[in-house]
Write a protein that binds this ligand. Structure first.
Ligand code: MV4
Length: 507
């Protein structure tokens, strides 16, 4: 095992990784920017070094400086976390050239998956099912031919994109030219790469992804799926494992495809294959994320595996100590991403001093946090404060546990999206797992949230009401008439809200 690992990141993921290092007897090295001197990851690490000024370019993206620190302190490996340099193949190569192990996949696999067209061509060759469309960059004229072939509506996408950037929906041929040109100039501006391709549009898909893990001896396993359809502006907000619409057979088929995709890419370490899933439960390869993801804890809770421990073991050259048939899924996990942002004001970032922090705990509750009471959240980075993750025997129990944990959670001094989670967790469509990637936008727009079903509104309303009543009873943990359970809960919440606001005033 490594003796010392540098963590090229900040916030909750830096804390997450250094905890694994501590558990494995590995010394951890934190790096930080000027505004992160007092950050949690700095105080928890065995050593910490200043990188430079706040702007990421001069700190957490400063490759020469990070390598210099690693060499000076004798770190044998670098864990990149997520974001920042985690999917940068140049950085992974620079690490190798400096004699430092990059804890992640080989640079070649990162490059392949970084180009959506190259990835599509490789995945198509490997027999991975994907959305009909092109597997190479197209001219405007070729895009028109491809769109006619697969049928409108289509998506115009940037090959260098991902996560929704440089993407346009085109409903008919008359819109093609302007959408193509807008997407191309956006892609040139954002990625310095104007390559564009075309896919058939999948309406109201779910986003479901498969976690894979490969060692450096050719073994690859899948660790089940994560349901990630609750998103806003291509940012995930809630994730869960398993997905309510994936049964054992579908899981086996998606898993086999994901393993095939990873093997054909020469992939090692932790990675994720993203799929779009249509209303008929057909799944299509979307892209591969070549990093440890934010939402990895839900997979950890249902598999009982520690993905960061495994990443370190794999990077050291160890063989996976278990086979596919040894991987079991137990219970249900849900994660909420807690952000310093104001849901009342268009989710505007709300950094500042955390004057009061009351964190949830108790049975089945995990909180991966990068903050503490009294710390000032800087405005220079992503405003995610923590991830609240719960685990329970089934989905209903996990939702009840999450509602309970959310009620225990209080952050004073800054605005957070905590109230949004209470709304989502009580929404009848979320409760019934009738979700797709448009759920949250519809909820926030105040529209009817359910898309599918089509059995008549009255029936949907009746089923929703019944489910809501049933879960209200469950989350209060006692028998009796559902309506009164709801009332009692409303009273309790009002009382807690008052207590909380008074708590803040007494600060
Ligand atoms: C799509 C799609 C429908 N059809 N591609 C958005 C982010 C990027 N990674 C791919 N995205 C989509 N690609 C086809 N052919 C719908 C989306 C999409 C989406 C995908 C996953 C999660 C949330 C989403 C929200 C809006 C659109």
């Amino acid at each position: 095992m490594f003796k010392k690992v540098l963590i090229a990141n900040r916030g909750e993921i830096a804390v997450r990784v250094l905890r694994a290092c501590r558990e494995m007897g590995v010394a951890s090295v934190a790096v930080f920017s000027d505004v992160d001197r007092a950050a949690l990851h700095v105080s928890k690490a065995d050593e910490a070094y200043l990188l430079g000024p706040a702007p990421a370019r001069e700190s957490y993206l400063n490759v020469p400086k990070i390598l210099e620190v690693a060499q000076r302190c004798g770190a044998e490996a670098i864990h990149p976390g997520y974001g920042f340099l985690s999917e940068n193949a140049h950085f992974a190569r620079a690490c190798a050239e400096a004699g430092i192990k990059f804890i992640g996949p080989p640079p070649s696999a990162m490059e392949l998956m970084g180009s959506k067209t190259r990835a599509r061509a490789a995945m198509q060759a490997a027999g991975v099912p994907m959305v009909p469309g092109s597997a190479r960059g197209l001219s405007l004229a070729e895009a028109g031919e491809m769109a006619a072939k697969v049928g409108y509506p289509v998506m115009i996408k940037a090959a260098a994109g991902g996560g929704g950037k440089g993407m346009r929906l085109v409903s008919n041929p008359s819109e093609l030219k302007s959408s193509f040109e807008t997407a191309q100039s956006e892609a040139l501006r954002s990625f310095n790469d104007g390559e564009i391709y075309v896919e058939k549009f999948i309406a109201n898909p779910r986003h479901i992804e498969i976690q894979v893990l490969g060692d450096e001896h050719g073994n690859v396993v899948y660790l089940g799926e994560r349901e990630c359809s609750i998103q806003r502006r291509h940012q995930k907000v809630i994730e869960e494992a398993p997905s309510a619409i994936v049964d054992e057979d579908m899981r086996r088929r998606m898993g086999a495809v994901a393993v095939q995709a990873a093997k054909s890419a020469g992939y090692t370490n932790a990675g994720t294959i993203e799929f779009l899933v249509d209303a008929a439960r057909n799944f299509y390869f979307l892209e591969m994320n070549t990093r440890l993801q934010v939402e990895h804890p839900v997979t950890e809770l249902v598999t009982g595996l520690d993905l960061v421990h495994l990443q370190l073991r794999i990077a050291c050259g160890e063989k996976l100590a278990f086979r596919q048939e040894d991987v079991g899924l137990r219970g249900h996990a849900i994660e909420c991403r807690i952000y310093a942002e104001d849901p009342e004001n268009n989710f505007f970032p709300s950094p500042g001093k955390i004057s009061k922090l009351m964190r949830p705990s108790g049975p089945g509750v995990r909180e991966d946090s990068g903050v503490y009471e009294g710390w000032t959240v800087p405005l220079d980075y992503d405003p995610m404060l923590s991830k609240l993750i719960v685990h329970a025997p089934d989905r209903a129990a996990a939702m009840a546990r999450m509602r309970r944990a959310l009620d225990e959670y209080f952050v004073g001094g800054i605005k957070t999206n905590l109230p949004l989670f209470r709304r989502i967790l009580e929404h009848p469509d979320f409760v019934a797992a009738r979700i797709d990637t448009g759920f949250l936008d519809r909820l926030l727009a105040g529209k009817h949230v359910s898309t599918g079903g089509a059995n008549g509104l009255a029936e949907i309303a009746a089923v929703s009401a019944a489910l809501f009543a049933a879960t209200a009873q469950q989350r209060n943990g006692h028998q009796g008439n559902a309506a009164s359970a709801v009332d009692r809960r409303a009273d309790a919440s009002a009382w807690k809200r008052t207590a909380r606001s008074e708590g803040v005033r007494s600060e």
